[in-house]
Design a protein around this ligand. Structure first.
Ligand SMILES: Cc1cc2nc3c(=O)[nH]c(=O)nc-3n(C[C@H](O)[C@H](O)[C@H](O)COP(=O)(O)OP(=O)(O)OC[C@H]3O[C@@H](n4cnc5c(N)ncnc54)[C@H](O)[C@@H]3O)c2cc1C
Length: 424
């Protein structure tokens, strides 16, 4: 029992969180802060996961869903381009039809505004919530608010995105248009390919997402949260309104409440509970260059080519790509190499030696909204997954919202848009 729990009190809730990615750990932090006795279960708590290798951006300006009107028309071009941002493995395409149909519906005219508002409601709080969690856990030094530079290589691309920036600004995102010279003043190593820029000062970056996740897990373990290794196979109601979490090694863990924060694997657990979800692995790739011979001082987003470069403490990380091929297909690291080829087009001095390739599964919903809220049928089960491209950005906010639900407080954000009910 932690000192914090001793002070708080008498009826200590026992809560089990499934998943030790950045979302599960943030949920565990907020529950522990409310006074819960928390156990986190993960099949490999310190193992590589998408929370380790992401781009490290606190991308609060990303308030538009992926399924914007017109996106479907661009898909064939992206898929035919060997350096393009999108690929769909043929063997997986039939299985993806329900997801693709929902993605298509989310992209129809007038469907996007509520999604945009729901994303903005989370992102508006995201930086402050993260800052507060990191301050309390002694990890403030891992977060830096340096803004993000979004660059365009064509007038047409810049013009086409103007409506997107207008929407973002209406949602409270600060953005300043820059000429190519102004963009290069911010980042002198960018080459002449850059024709326009937008500076978004509210964005941030973490020093290294793996270091952050490791340190948060270690902090929790040192402050009374049990971190257990085990693969959860199901959850079932037990005596007196409690829940029993079933593990593959036949172990059972009793809990008052259970939170599913198992990233892309969450769907298997919601199905076991009889609730449908629409979640796909959107595999992303990156290459981290330890000694790139160029430097950037903030995240740079390449708007038309849909990739990002972030300066992290472990090197310059070039990341992107969206590959739909299912959870068990092997990674294709040629995509990591393709990202380096793209980066060289914009950073002429880039030395691509000593690159470390990586791939991870984004847990993606067709409407770009995470699933945050209670199970529909199981009173003491809660969902915190499906954050797609924004799990690091939204982790602390999600943790706060789930802790409020578990403790019966009114969450600061209306959770209706994120409910799993939308998939039933
Ligand atoms: C290339 C790339 C770049 C990205 N860049 C950014 C970025 O800049 N900013 C941002 O905000 N987001 C970014 N993301 C997205 C972000 O990384 C994810 O949204 C986030 O990490 C998801 O975290 P999670 O905790 O939900 O999932 P995970 O990190 O996948 O954690 C889930 C955990 O659950 C465990 N688990 C699963 N099933 C079970 C089970 N049955 N029993 C026990 N344990 C189980 C797994 O072992 C795993 O540890 C990026 C993603 C990619 C691929």
């Amino acid at each position: 029992m932690t000192a914090r729990n001793n002070i708080r009190g008498l009826a200590m809730k026992k809560v089990t969180v499934i998943g030790a990615g950045i979302v599960g750990l943030s949920v565990a932090y907020h529950l522990q802060k409310q006074g819960a006795d928390v156990t986190v279960i993960d099949k490999d708590p310190a193992g590589d996961k998408v929370s380790f290798g992401n781009a490290g951006s606190i991308a609060v300006m990303e308030v538009n869903p992926a399924a914007m009107p017109g996106v479907f028309m661009k898909v064939p071009g992206w898929m035919l381009d060997p350096l393009g941002p999108l690929s769909l493995r043929p063997a997986h395409s039939l299985k993806m039809l329900p997801w693709l149909y929902r993605f298509y519906k989310a992209g129809r005219k007038n469907a996007g505004l509520p999604l945009h508002q729901a994303l903005a409601a989370l992102n508006r709080r995201a930086f402050d919530d993260l800052q507060s969690m990191l301050a309390d856990t002694g990890l403030s030094g891992e977060l830096h608010r340096k803004g993000a530079l979004i660059v365009y290589e064509s007038d047409a691309g810049f013009e086409a995105d103007k409506s997107v920036w207008e929407m973002r600004k209406r949602a409270g995102v600060e953005a300043h248009s820059l000429s190519s010279e102004e963009a290069r003043q911010l980042e002198p190593d960018l080459g002449s390919r850059v024709r326009h820029g937008v500076f978004a000062p509210q964005a941030g970056v973490v020093s290294d997402p793996k270091v952050l996740t490791d340190k948060l897990r270690e902090w929790l373990a040192g402050h009374g949260v049990r971190i257990l290794r085990g693969e959860v196979t199901g959850i079932r109601p037990a005596a007196h309104g409690t829940q029993q979490v079933l593990l593959s090694n036949d172990l059972r863990i009793d809990a008052d409440d259970v939170v599913i924060a198992a990233g892309v694997w969450s769907q298997a657990l919601t199905r076991q509970l009889g609730e449908q979800c629409c979640l796909e692995s959107e595999r992303g790739y990156n290459t981290t260059l330890k000694d790139p011979q160029v430097s950037l001082s903030r995240e740079v987003i390449f708007a038309e080519r849909k990739f990002v470069i972030t300066p992290l403490s472990c090197g310059l990380r070039i990341g992107g790509a969206a590959e739909f091929g299912g959870i068990s297909s092997p990674p294709n690291y040629q995509r990591s190499e393709a990202l380096v080829t793209l980066a060289k087009m914009y950073l002429p001095g880039l030395d691509s030696g000593r690159g470390i390739p990586w791939a991870g599964h984004r847990p993606s919903t067709p409407d770009s909204l995470p699933v945050i809220g209670p199970s529909l049928a199981h009173k003491h089960v809660f969902y915190a997954f499906g954050h797609g491209h924004l799990g690091l950005t939204q982790c602390a906010t999600t943790g706060q919202l789930i802790a409020d639900l578990v403790y019966g407080h009114t969450p600061a954000v209306d959770l209706t848009p994120y409910s799993i009910a939308r998939f039933q």
